[in-house]
Design a protein around this ligand. Structure first.
Ligand SMILES: [Zn+2]
Length: 425
């Protein structure tokens, strides 16, 4: 009897509109880049190619983390990596706080985030994660409620949207990793992935740090989507390898000095240029990061375009003559010397793209490509095939022929041809 009376009193006190309702919230990002839609040989990339336009380009906020509050209630959600949405059931539509973090998750539980601690690498999870907040929100239960990160006004949100798309598009088999992006303030193009202890938390914390150059006014790396995912590619490759430390860079690397009389185009410019001649220890790892980034922004089985520092490079043709010179790289077609073990990262990028799209019944998968990177390093680590600064062509052939399970004979047989074709040796 008492219970009945209590329930009756409770029912009388609950307003008629306060039944449970489902609210769907969708995260989006309006991004503003400086390296989108730039064509090489008449072709540009396949994704976010309109993001240079004035006013920005609105994209799905894939996997973004959102904190909802309502009165004393609080809960955290990750939006769906495909459509950027999630749903919550509440008794009232009013008084919501919505905080969207610069933090995104892919469908393997890997995370990218932007943080406030700059180039600090003393922790595997430095600083506070940037976020945007909307307070006192009334949500609709009859449609979706969109919250848009403003990457036009705030370049950091363009960076995290590009990184979120990158990890969504290409993570292979890795899972539950954390990649934190810090910003180098007032230094437009100072980006990288090996400062301090950036690559020293792989074994202990499944984590990697990246720094991205930022400036205003100016032309910050924070708005170069392909540069952001190039650095992400270094991190993903190392996390997939699974051991701390920089890529193999044996003593004597990088500073290739061409013979006297070599054309200027062949000279090592010391700046990771797409057409700068380097020992192939360098072009292997940089070309791989370029490949990762190219894969993020281009569809498989197609021509593709990679933009580095505002200049577009064709993933199939070494030059920009509209197809007049389709084989070979800088070494063969411009420098015309026979120096082996020296190449450009552009040569390796085209080699990786060719092998990924091999003219075979079956083709290497996203994860096969990461495994190629991993096994070159793993074979060196175990002494199975020791790498040095000028044998990464042979180390690559060895890994493909011996160390990657499940490749077809065709996928293995084409390797030498593609390397020659692109001058990646
Ligand atoms: Zn790099």
């Amino acid at each position: 009897m008492k219970t009945k009376m209590f329930l009756a009193a409770l029912a009388a006190s609950v307003p008629a509109y306060a039944h449970a309702a489902t609210f769907t919230i969708c995260v989006r990002a309006n991004i503003q880049t400086t390296d989108s839609g730039i064509a090489a040989n008449g072709l540009d990339e396949d994704y976010y190619q309109f993001a240079n336009q004035a006013g920005g380009f609105e994209v799905v906020g894939r996997g973004f983390r959102v904190q909802l509050t309502q009165g004393a209630w609080s809960d955290t959600f990750d939006s769906d990596p495909t459509n950027g949405c999630f749903s919550v059931v509440r008794n009232s539509a009013n008084g919501f706080g919505v905080r969207v973090y610069g933090f995104a998750t892919d469908d393997n539980g890997n995370h990218v985030r932007i943080h406030s601690a700059g180039t600090d690498t003393a922790s595997w999870y430095p600083g506070a994660t940037y976020s945007a907040v909307w307070s006192n929100q009334t949500l609709s239960s009859s449609g979706t409620n969109s919250y848009v990160l403003d990457g036009v006004a705030n370049d950091r949100f363009t960076t995290i949207a590009a990184a979120a798309f990158g990890i969504h598009r290409y993570h292979g088999t890795i899972s539950d990793k954390t990649i934190s992006f810090g910003f180098v303030e007032n230094d437009c193009d100072n980006s990288g992935s090996t400062h301090g202890s950036a690559e020293r938390y792989i074994e202990s914390d499944d984590a990697h740090l990246i720094r991205i150059g930022r400036c205003n006014p100016g032309d910050p790396d924070t708005r170069e989507k392909m540069l952001i995912t190039h650095e992400l590619g270094h991190a993903i490759a190392r996390l997939h390898f699974g051991y701390d430390g920089d890529d193999i860079l044996p003593t004597g690397d990088q500073e290739y000095v061409p013979p006297v009389g070599t054309p200027a185009a062949c000279v090592n410019v010391g700046s990771y240029g797409m057409r700068s001649l380097e020992y192939n220890s360098q072009t292997f790892k940089e070309g791989f990061a370029d490949f990762y980034s190219s894969r993020v922004w281009n569809a498989k089985d197609s021509r593709g375009t990679y933009v580095y520092r505002q200049t577009a490079y064709d993933l199939e043709q070494w030059d920009t003559s509209g197809g007049g010179n389709t084989s070979g790289g800088v070494k063969v077609n411009v420098c015309n010397n026979n120096t082996s073990n020296v190449a450009t990262k552009g040569d390796w990028l085209r080699f990786f793209w060719d092998w990924y799209n091999a003219n075979c019944a079956s083709q290497p998968s996203d994860n096969d490509m990461l495994t190629l990177y991993r096994m070159v390093r793993e074979n060196d680590r175990t002494g199975t095939y020791n790498a040095n600064y000028l044998n990464f062509d042979n180390a690559t052939v060895y890994a493909i022929e011996n160390s990657i399970a499940g490749l077809s004979d065709c996928e293995i047989d084409v390797i030498g041809e593609y390397m020659d074709w692109n001058s990646a040796d």
